[in-house]
Design a protein around this ligand. Structure first.
Ligand code: CAA
Length: 496
């Protein structure tokens, strides 16, 4: 018989718990929200009021509707009030001991038929289930921040989940207006495994001084079209949660890319947890502003590389003396700066020039972004001038070091590679991974759609370049990707 979920309990009313309670209440279910004490309950009430208040302020909700939603949510400090709930979902901190204690209590209190769910981001659902006398009725129900907005729910089943239960929970997610993706119990599931690995990589890049925090955020937003750059997103998720997810991932994989970037530990230890504490990578909620570009004080510019003619013509229209050249030699002698349009590092080119201080690499990404790469020989004046030139041709400049794949591709390709490996491991289908990344993170395209758009060979070659530069085995192209390129296959999604 199919269960009917009408009364649900939500334990923990932090950002996620309050959002989840709101989602259930909006769908017409009766909700009991539980917090540890009256102070925490007050904060939970505040979270509920501000989230629905936001919708009210935007005219998406009337006052009566807000009152109706909040009226469906009863707040309590007693777990005993969950005894007759059809489903209880926990959203307490990501600490296994806390979860085990809670689930032991819930198992004692709730009817044997009650389904117990965890919103854990990465901890083992199997381990949580094993603390109860009903492991077959314990599942993961993983929402995404902000829960009222993001459309994805990962429904996590374990090897002992009762037949049919995951599908019933998926139906419940649909009733909430969400799209469920059903996954097995593996650290990070689909989204966090891919997303947090990428976010951690961005933090490592920041520590290595490849580009600034604002630069990396701007580059990913403009270059890939993600709704938030990695540091703004880390602040939204919470740096403590992100750090804990990375620790769990590392514990399972021992992959050094999953070792949390030291800057995460430092910020968390300092109490800078992101939006929830008021400050993290950014202070407050101010969106990152694109880095300022200096006014170009140069008059003559030599341009070389693919697209040089068009670029020089644009500069010519803007009043510069712009010439193109194929060779980085004497032809550049008289130029104030030399712009090398390139998607690969330009130091070899610079080293061949009579005036290497004047050479700056410029990687045009999409139609909005220009990555401005200065080598160890480039002068600050030349960098500043080329940033200004990029602006003149209508692009936002992001300054970075002269490293393989610069910023956007260096972050994007390993993420795409991880998605290919995930699919190839049999954990999830390409469709599920694409859907999960689009609906869980608001990405404009899923990783497999992105690979098809960029071209398999481009991605494979980019990964080879990253591997050659950093020698990280994880950057070596996934064997499946390599073989598809060798076989001349043009669409990875065509395989599914
Ligand atoms: N709570 C409730 N609603 C919110 C909200 C919040 N915190 N933030 C935004 N919204 C609502 C707004 O009210 C607005 O609703 P309407 O369309 O009904 O008016 C809508 O979301 C869009 O908001 P804005 O126009 O203010 O802002 P935006 O267009 O910049 O979108 C965003 C904000 C939805 C957060 C968007 O930037 C986004 O999709 N970011 C990516 C978020 C993401 O990746 N989340 C997953 C994180 S990983 C995770 O959560 C899993 C884990 O375990 C760690």
């Amino acid at each position: 018989m199919t269960r009917s979920f009408e009364k649900v309990g939500v334990v923990g009313l932090g950002t996620m718990g309050a959002g989840i309670a709101e989602v259930f209440a909006r769908a017409g279910l009766t909700v009991v929200g539980v917090e540890a004490d009256h102070e925490a309950l007050g904060r939970g009430r505040g979270n509920l009021e501000s989230s629905t208040g936001r919708a009210l302020a935007k005219g998406r909700l009337s006052e009566a509707e807000q009152a109706e939603i909040l009226g469906r949510i009863t707040l309590t400090t007693s777990l005993e009030d969950l005894a007759d709930a059809d489903l209880v979902i926990e959203a307490i901190p990501e600490i296994m001991d806390f979860k085990r204690t809670l689930f032991t209590e819930l198992d004692r209190i709730c009817e044997p038929s009650t389904v117990l769910a965890t919103n854990t981001s990465s901890l083992s659902v199997t381990e949580i289930a094993a603390t109860t006398g009903r492991p077959g009725r314990v599942v993961g129900m993983h929402f995404f921040n902000p829960a009222p907005v993001m459309k994805l729910v990962e429904v996590v089943h374990t090897v002992v989940t009762e037949d049919g239960l995951a599908e019933e929970v998926a139906d419940l997610a649909r009733r909430l207006g969400k799209t469920p993706v059903s996954v097995g119990d593996r650290a990070g599931f689909v989204v966090n495994r891919l997303l947090l690995t990428y976010l951690n990589h961005a933090a490592v890049m920041l520590e290595n001084g490849l580009a600034t925090r604002e630069g990396i955020d701007t580059a990913m937003k403009l270059g890939v079209g993600v709704p938030m750059g990695p540091f703004a997103l880390l602040d939204l998720i919470g740096l403590d949660t992100s750090y804990e997810v990375m620790c769990v991932l590392f514990q399972e994989t021992r992959d050094r890319r999953h070792a949390p970037a030291p800057i995460l530990r430092e910020l968390v230890t300092a109490g800078l947890l992101g939006r929830k504490s008021g400050a993290g990578f950014y202070n407050g909620e101010a969106p990152p502003t694109p880095p300022a570009a200096g006014k170009p004080t140069v008059t003559s510019v030599a341009v070389l590389g693919e697209g040089a003619e068009e670029f020089a013509a644009r500069l010519g229209d803007a009043g510069f003396k712009a010439t193109t050249t194929q060779a980085a030699t004497d032809a550049t002698e008289d130029a104030d700066v030399v712009v090398a349009l390139s998607h690969t590092p330009v130091i070899e080119l610079a080293a061949r020039l009579p005036h290497p201080r004047r050479l700056v690499g410029l990687h045009l990404v999409g139609d909005k972004l220009a990555e401005v790469a200065s080598t160890v020989l480039t002068s600050p004046e030349a960098t500043c001038a080329v940033e200004g030139l990029a602006k003149i041709v209508g692009r936002v400049p992001v300054h970075c070091k002269d490293r393989a794949e610069f910023v956007v591709d260096a972050l994007l390709y390993p993420y795409l590679n991880d998605a290919v490996r995930m699919h190839d491991s049999g954990y999830a289908t390409m469709d599920d991974i694409d859907v999960a990344m689009k609906l869980g993170c608001g990405y404009p395209a899923g990783p497999f759609e992105t690979i098809d758009t960029l071209g398999l060979e481009t991605v494979r070659d980019g990964l080879r370049a990253l591997y050659a530069e950093y020698r990280d085995p994880a950057f070596a192209p996934a064997p499946l990707l390599d073989q598809l390129v060798t076989a001349g296959v043009r669409s990875i999604r065509g395989l599914s």
